[in-house]
Structure formats: C-alpha cells, structure tokens
Design a protein around this ligand. Structure first.
Ligand SMILES: *[C@@H]1O[C@H](CO)[C@@H](O)[C@H](O)[C@H]1NC(C)=O
Ligand SMILES: *[C@@H]1O[C@H](CO)[C@@H](O)[C@H](O)[C@H]1NC(C)=O
Ligand SMILES: *[C@@H]1O[C@H](CO)[C@@H](O)[C@H](O)[C@H]1NC(C)=O
Ligand SMILES: *[C@@H]1O[C@H](CO)[C@@H](O)[C@H](O)[C@H]1NC(C)=O
Ligand SMILES: *[C@@H]1O[C@H](CO)[C@@H](O)[C@H](O)[C@H]1NC(C)=O
Length: 228
C-alpha cells in the first residue's frame, strides 16, 4: 500500500513538472528549435538578435517578429521581411524549415533575395500548413516556375508577388487550386498578356487582383500598361 502510494506521489510530481514545463515555456520546443534553424539558414544574426538558444529566454513567443496564439502557445505569424539584404546574392530557400509551424497563419518573406527553393524543399511543402492564409513574397526573385509549386496551398487567402521576376504571359489557370484565394498581387513584374480564359470559373473567391505594371495587348493591336 505504502509502495503504491509512493508511486502515485511520484507520478503526480511528474505530471506537475510536465504541466509546469508545458505552461511556463509558452512556446513549443519543436517550434523554438525550428526558429533557431531558420535564423541560421537566413543568416539572421543581425536582425533576429533575441532568437537565442538560452534557457532563460526560451519562450520563443516573446521573440521579435514572432507572434503566437497565447492560448495554445503556437506560432501563428512569422515576419521574416528583410532578413537577408535584397541586394545580396540570390539564394535558394528550404521551405521545409516552416513545416513545424502547424498553426501558422501568416508568413512574410518580403525582400530576401530568394530566387527559388532548394531541390525537393519547394513552396509546395507549405501545403502542410492548413491554416496558412497570408504569404508575402514581394521583392524576391521568383520566376514563373513558382506557380507550379503553389498548387497545394489551398488555405491561402492573400498571396503577394510584387516585384519578382515573373515575366511573359501568365496563365491564371495555373493558380486554380488556390481555391480560397481572395487577393493576388503580381504588380511590378514583367508580365504581359495575362491569360484569363473566357468563362473562367476557377479562383471563385478572388476579389482583388493587382496587376500594376502589366502590359496588355488590346484587340486593335495597341498595348496598354496598367498603372500601379
Ligand atoms: C540563467 O539565469 C540564471 C539565474 O539568473 C543564471 O545563473 C544562469 O547563468 C543563466 N543562464 C544563462 C545561459 O545565461
Ligand atoms: C487560439 O487558438 C484557439 C484554438 O485553436 C482558438 O480557439 C482561438 O480563437 C485562438 N486565439 C486567437 C487570438 O487567435
Ligand atoms: C531543409 O530543412 C529540413 C528541415 O529543417 C532539413 O531536414 C533538410 O535537411 C534541409 N535540406 C536542405 C537541402 O537544406
Ligand atoms: C526559375 O527559377 C527556378 C528556381 O525556382 C530556377 O531553377 C530556374 O533556372 C529559373 N528559370 C530562369 C529562366 O531563370
Ligand atoms: C522570361 O525570362 C527568361 C529568363 O529569366 C527568359 O528566358 C524568357 O525568354 C523570358 N520570357 C519572356 C516572354 O520574356
């Protein structure tokens, strides 16, 4: 009897420790270490100074540019704009770095010189994030090949690709599977003649399409440049 009581007490202590650890961290260990990997991958020493591997500062929900849902202690927003200098050499990102953030709603990668993703770690990896609604990729160097990797991001509502390397004619049908998309910004690229087929029925929720700087050929043969 005495023995089982001791077992019971130690179990209780164990549970208390686990619960205490869980609450006091405020941030999931898996997400904390993923953030440290991102910092390393983005060469972020200058801009992510309080993202440190320090037991006294382990609540990553308190780190700059990170926003959590405090109730569940999960990261919901990551602002990684301008971590790499835009002028710096183009580089390839590893989108798998973001898959631990299962509750992520908003990812801002603006102004980072990203030219694409490393092999097999493309943006299609983000399709595992069922809550992702905002993806900001402005001022990077993505070319038209980005469209084929965005297909699975069906939860996305806002996608911006302002000032990238999209060029030539873009077929809107390539984005068909972004069935929840409400706003799309492809301004300030070298797009001409975006193709939107007659009787087009995809992207049913799309209500705002930004195409500033896009050249459109008119029926009479003249060309019109859409203002930003
Ligand atoms: C954390 O804080 C404790 C108490 O203030 C201190 O003794 C310890 O050195 C700190 N750890 C680190 C890694 O700074
Ligand atoms: C936090 O997450 C819970 C559970 O998913 C959700 O009910 C709640 O609305 C979220 N809070 C905020 C502020 O988003
Ligand atoms: C990409 O990131 C994942 C997750 O951190 C890692 O397992 C993988 O080795 C990385 N791949 C490359 C090519 O960087
Ligand atoms: C387009 O971007 C991909 C990387 O996403 C790259 O492999 C390819 O070479 C680029 N194409 C051109 C024409 O620059
Ligand atoms: C688009 O850019 C690529 C190189 O980045 C080039 O090879 C291709 O000819 C361009 N297409 C158009 C229509 O300008």
């Amino acid at each position: 009897m005495c023995g089982s009581k001791r077992v019971w007490v130690s179990e209780l202590i164990f549970i208390l420790l686990v619960v205490k650890g869980w609450w006091s961290e405020g941030c999931l260990e898996q997400e904390r270490s993923a953030l440290l990997q991102i910092k390393h991958f983005f060469n972020g020493d200058q801009h992510l100074q309080n993202w440190v591997d320090d037991e006294n500062y382990s609540d990553c929900c308190q780190w700059e540019r990170v926003e959590c849902n405090e109730t569940i202690g999960r990261v919901i927003k990551l602002d990684l704009a301008q971590i790499r200098k835009w002028e710096s050499a183009e580089w390839y990102m590893n989108a798998s770095l973001f898959t631990p953030f299962q509750q992520l709603e908003s990812l801002d990668l603006t102004w980072n010189s990203i030219a694409g993703c490393v092999e097999n770690k493309g943006l299609d990896r983000l399709s595992r994030l069922n809550n992702l609604k905002f993806l900001h990729l402005d001022f990077n160097w993505f070319n038209n090949s980005i469209f084929s990797s965005l297909g699975g991001l069906s939860s996305l509502k806002h996608l911006s690709l302002f000032h990238n390397r999209l060029n030539g004619s873009v077929d809107i049908k390539e984005l068909d599977s972004l069935s929840n998309l409400e706003e799309l910004d492809m301004s300030d690229n070298a797009i001409n003649n975006p193709v939107i087929p007659k009787d087009y029925r995809g992207l049913r929720k799309l209500n705002t399409l930004h195409l500033g700087g896009t050249e459109i050929a008119m029926i009479d043969g003249s060309k019109v440049l859409i203002n930003s």
